[in-house]
Design a protein. Structure first.
Ligand SMILES: [Zn+2]
Length: 412
């Protein structure tokens, strides 16, 4: 989940502005649910893993919200927490590639700069996902030829993907000509624009995390294992939140602003400790990780209509003055959903929030467990204790949060 900036939206601060930071830093699913999910996930693990994870359970709990902090340090972070599935048609979104590189290649835009420094599209879209070289590029020897998807993908992987973290993705005209066996005499440059990431990459990122954690186990790097495990739990938890899979992530498209934190923060805060059951059984091996992660977000997405529809209904039924109440948070008075209103919302959804939290706990444990199995089940008893002192990276993260500048789109 994501937190800081949008958190303050549904909560109208009535106190002194000096108290703003305290409220803004109290993230929704964040401090409560993220920590709870990482913590409980430890107890789903087999004995060979518990020996290490339980020893470090405080670290895994405390650092469950690091990925949200990292959104202040790099613009690449924000898209990892959500994916606007509904912009890709109807479930199960068959035209949306399940592989990250495929999706990135398909949803990027490709441009060509001619000798007059005009920017022109390099390709036009054809049937069956094929791209065609633009007819206007008449100098191109094979103008109008179809570019099979595999050819584009190979080009994308070899020449574009390594630039993913660069600000601009550029391709040398000569390199492009060589790749496609043609000459581009009037080419002044080729560049590619990422049109996928801004709409979220969460399910793709889960796959990447599994791989990274696997290698940390292979390297037997205790510190890395813990850091990646804490992060992984965060993203898995985010994937279980319906509104992390929709363009209407905060009800902003349907006049329901603030519903994001209502669902993922207010409800667990009010009801989880007393009424949710967090004993979820054992982690299991994920046979097909990519399908498994996609199933999580698709399932989350299937709840979006209920999450929004039920709240909309209740807003009509409840008198406006019984929907929002003033409440003390520390020494700050905040405006938030009244308990009765929250209870009615929770009741109408049945056990949805609890079920998603429980599923997130099992999935987090299973993701950690699967990475360990894929790494060949290394003996974790011999791992060095990584120590509790904060490292440089952590200090930089905290410094970035203090700067208060969120990089990329907030998704809550
Ligand atoms: Zn998040």
């Amino acid at each position: 989940m994501n937190l800081y900036p949008r958190t303050v939206l549904p909560i109208l601060l009535l106190g002194a502005t000096g108290a703003l930071l305290a409220t803004a830093l109290a993230p929704p699913w964040g401090f409560y649910a993220h920590r709870k999910i990482n913590r409980q996930a430890v107890f789903t693990l087999p004995p060979e893993m518990i020996v290490f994870y339980k020893k470090n359970i405080e670290y895994l709990t405390e650092h469950a919200v690091d990925p949200d902090m990292r959104r202040y340090a790099t613009r690449h972070e924000a898209p990892r927490h959500f994916m606007d599935l509904d912009r890709y048609g109807e479930p199960p979104f068959p035209t949306l590639p399940r592989h990250w590189a495929d999706a990135l290649a398909q949803f990027s835009e490709y441009y060509f700069i001619n000798e007059k420094n005009d920017t022109l599209p390099l390709f036009k879209r054809g049937p069956e996902g094929h791209l065609y070289l633009e007819d206007s590029l008449v100098f191109f020897e094979k103008t109008g030829q179809s570019l099979p998807y595999d050819t584009l993908l190979a080009f994308f992987k070899s020449d574009i993907l390594p630039q993913y973290y660069e600000d601009n993705w550029v391709v040398d005209c000569g390199v492009f000509s060589a790749r496609f066996g043609s000459v581009l005499p009037r080419c002044n440059g080729i560049f590619v624009v990422d049109k996928l990431s801004e709409h979220g990459i969460l399910p793709y990122h889960l796959n990447k995390m599994l791989n990274s954690l696997k290698y940390a186990f292979i390297e037997q790097d205790a510190k890395k294992i813990l850091r990646l495990s804490a992060d992984f739990g965060h993203y898995v938890a985010d994937a279980h939140v319906p509104l992390h899979t929709s363009q209407n992530y905060n009800g902003q498209l349907s006049g329901q602003d603030g519903i994001h934190a209502f669902w993922e923060t207010r409800l667990p805060e009010l009801f989880a400790e007393d009424t949710y059951d967090f004993w979820v059984g054992k982690a299991s091996l994920i046979e097909k990780p990519q399908d498994y992660f996609w199933d999580i977000v698709l399932k989350s997405h299937s709840y979006v209509d209920s999450v929004l529809g039920i709240e909309k209904d209740l807003r009509r039924q409840f008198p406006p003055d019984r929907q929002f109440c003033n409440e003390m948070r520390g020494d700050v008075l905040v405006k938030t959903q009244c308990e009765d209103f929250a209870k009615a919302y929770s009741d109408r959804m049945g056990s949805m929030v609890e079920d998603r939290m429980r599923a997130a706990i099992v999935a987090t444990g299973s993701a950690w467990y699967t990475a360990w199995v894929l790494a060949g089940q290394p003996d974790l008893r011999s791992l060095a204790n990584p120590g509790s002192e904060e490292d440089e990276e952590q200090k930089e993260l905290e410094q970035a949060v203090k700067s208060g500048k969120l990089l990329g789109r907030p998704h809550e």
